[in-house]
Write a protein that binds this ligand. Structure first.
Ligand SMILES: Cc1cc2nc3c(=O)[nH]c(=O)nc-3n(C[C@H](O)[C@H](O)[C@H](O)COP(=O)(O)OP(=O)(O)OC[C@H]3O[C@@H](n4cnc5c(N)ncnc54)[C@H](O)[C@@H]3O)c2cc1C
Length: 439
């Protein structure tokens, strides 16, 4: 049997290793711990959970709940072990981090055809390889990845503005149009009166900010100022910055006092990002303060703004939907490094990379999962042309619309989930990728 190299024994790397090993392939898993630790990793074991112990909701009325159900269907070792080591957390799947990580470690070590090599990989791989070295990929390998992909195609920081569901915008309080009528009217403009703007700035300045890790403190804000810091420099600084109204006229031909612009985040236009709203506020404060923008009073945030250390590639340029690299059949990039965001999403990419590589080596087809399935929705997002690409998490905004209209939001989300599970079950059986084992 062919030997495959997996670099990085985190969530994605362990998932990929397991999927390949259970299909009979020999895997050499390189993990640099415990010889070398990233600034956020501390334990000796594989599949370390570096921060929150929550893998988010189990409910099928949530995108993360659906993604976990899909991964369960495809026999994810990470999701199964998380359930076995869960702690009470309402409808969320939260784990005892040490026990979870020890349990995954034990299961991977017990796989007969897996060899674990505790060594930092410093050179770019030449064999059949899945690179899953995560958001804190070591410097030596990062340099090699940059050399391979070209400058500007491996990012080291994620400073992204919040993304909202287009359906949750109050369009009665917006107008379309480009500044000075130049270019396409692709922007949705959210005007604010003087009173609304001043209240917004006041709340923004005093809102609670997220704490940065020590290793992020010095570098993170270079080249990208959070909107709350800009606001604190003077009450009009935003009106001369991202909220400037010049060149914009509402339906009455009047220039508003201030304008927040929304830009399409995906080709379909179901998601929008708040232009210039890079922020380090806590998620709850982003919801509270940004909902003061009149058109966004009931906005649904599918992804909050983040400013953190995060290595990720320019996925639309380099990746196929199965996480293989365009033009390089035997090279895959999975995990956070591939441009997905979050524990469960990283697990998903490791799982898809592992299964699809196994199918390819066995001369079997791998299905093109549609956007009706959460896995397919995320992978479609990753590969769609996008000049402002930012990492993405599971959310219903990127899922293909339902055929029927369901007004109730919770019911609609459950309908998305039921449809996805039906379709994945059918396709999974058809392609022989639903196989259970006792791990
Ligand atoms: C500080 C921090 C906090 C986070 N908090 C959350 C959170 O609360 N919730 C959430 O959903 N997501 C969070 N994330 C994102 C989270 O890291 C990912 O969601 C997930 O862990 C990524 O999985 P992964 O397998 O891609 O990478 P990781 O789990 O980080 O695994 C990568 C592995 O590769 C190893 N490695 C790196 N370079 C090399 C090399 N050259 N050779 C060999 N081994 C190497 C590392 O030691 C590590 O074990 C956080 C990320 C960071 C950095």
């Amino acid at each position: 049997m062919e030997e495959i190299v997996v670099i990085g024994g985190g969530l994605a790397g362990c998932e990929a290793t397991y999927q390949l090993a259970k299909r009979g392939f020999k895997v050499k898993l390189y993990e640099m711990k415990p010889r070398k630790f990233s600034p956020a990793h501390h334990s000796d074991t594989l599949a370390e959970i570096v921060c929150s112990n929550s893998l988010k909701s189990n409910s099928l009325s949530t995108a993360s709940g659906l993604l976990k159900a899909e991964l369960g269907l495809l026999d994810s070792i990470i999701i199964k072990t998380a359930r076995e080591n869960s702690v009470p957390a309402g409808d969320a799947l939260a784990v005892n981090r040490d026990e979870f990580s020890r349990a995954v470690d034990k299961k991977i070590r017990a796989l007969k055809n897996v060899e674990i090599v505790n060594q930092e990989v410093e050179d770019f791989p030449t064999e059949r390889t899945i690179i899953a070295t995560g958001p804190l990929t070591s410097d030596a390998l990062s340099k090699k990845i940059t050399a391979f992909l070209g400058e500007d195609n491996l990012h080291f920081y994620d400073a992204s503005a919040p993304i909202i569901d287009g359906d949750s915008i109050d369009y009665l309080k917006t107008f379309n149009g480009a500044r000075y009528d130049k270019g396409e009217s692709d922007y949705i403009n959210c005007p604010m009166s003087k009173e609304e703007y001043e209240l917004f700035v006041e709340e923004l300045i005093h809102a609670k900010r997220a704490e940065l890790h020590d290793f992020e403190q010095s570098e993170i804000f270079e080249g990208c100022m959070p909107i709350e810091i800009m606001a604190s420099r003077g009450k009009d600084s935003l009106r001369f910055g991202p909220l400037k109204p010049v060149g914009l006229k509402d339906e009455n031909g009047k220039r508003p006092y201030a304008v927040v612009q929304l830009r399409k985040e995906n080709v379909g236009g179901s998601l929008y990002n708040l232009v210039g709203f890079q922020t380090n506020l806590t998620f709850s404060e982003q919801k509270r303060v940004f909902s003061l923008i009149p058109a966004l009073k009931n906005a649904e945030f599918v992804k909050f703004g983040v400013m953190h250390r995060n290595s990720f590639i320019n996925a639309p340029k380099f990746l196929n939907k199965d996480f293989s690299v365009k033009g390089y059949e035997t090279l895959y990039i999975a995990g956070q490094l591939s441009g997905v965001e979050g524990y469960v999403e990283s697990t998903m990419s490791g799982l898809i990379a592992g299964i699809s590589m196994a199918q390819k080596l066995n001369n079997l087809p791998f299905p093109d999962l549609s956007s009706r399935i959460m896995i397919g929705a995320i992978t479609s997002y990753l590969v769609a042309p996008n000049v402002n690409f930012q990492p993405m998490n599971a959310n219903f905004g990127i899922v293909a619309p339902l055929d029927e209209i369901i007004r109730d939001k919770a019911e609609r989300k459950v309908a998305y989930s039921n449809r996805a599970i039906r379709e994945l079950s059918r396709i999974g059986e058809e392609y022989g990728i639903i196989t259970k084992t006792d791990c």
